[in-house]
Design a protein around this ligand. Structure first.
Ligand code: NI
Length: 164
């Protein structure tokens, strides 16, 4: 199996709106497996296709260890007005963590790696990870959701560390 590299902050692909997947075929199924392996290797809990250099509307996650989920062409059907603050990180911005406000509950529709459509309701941490990965498909990073002053400080520290 080919090793996939994780794209980091600064790569344009992280800022693009990803494209819908026309056919959920065996290649996509294989890709979902490769993405999960890449995510586990990076000790992440979620990974979106743009993070491995593919501008496709697809992400994987595993919030409860051993229960991987694959979301293809997902759409958020509902997001609660009630927000929650919780610390996030991202494999594409290594070492940066900050509290982000997100909807406490969501409802999402997507297709799995076998091409079956499903709808899921999620709350708490799972809802958070889903929203974070959805953002990746729209070129949005969690740091975009931070107050300007906090974002500037964290990114400055990050760049300094990357140069070191
Ligand atoms: Ni991320």
């Amino acid at each position: 199996m080919v090793d996939m590299d994780i794209v980091v902050l600064g790569d344009e692909i992280l800022r693009q709106k990803a494209q819908n997947i026309a056919d959920i075929d065996t290649n996509i199924k294989a890709l979902s497996q490769q993405m999960l392996e890449t995510m586990y290797r990076g000790k992440g809990i979620g990974l979106a296709a743009p993070q491995v250099g593919l501008s496709l509307r697809m992400f994987v996650l595993d919030v409860e260890e051993g229960s991987p989920l694959v979301f293809i062409n997902p759409s958020l059907l509902e997001t609660s007005e009630e927000l929650e603050d919780f610390e996030e990180g991202c494999l594409s911005i290594p070492g940066v963590y900050a509290k982000v406000a997100r909807s406490a509950e969501i409802r999402i529709q997507a297709w799995n790696e076998r091409g079956r459509p499903f709808t899921m309701e999620a709350e708490g941490f799972l809802a958070r990870v889903i929203q974070h990965e959805m953002d990746h498909l729209n070129g949005v990073l969690f740091t975009d959701r931070l107050p300007e002053i906090i974002r500037a400080k964290l990114l400055k520290q990050y760049e300094k560390r990357m140069r070191a």
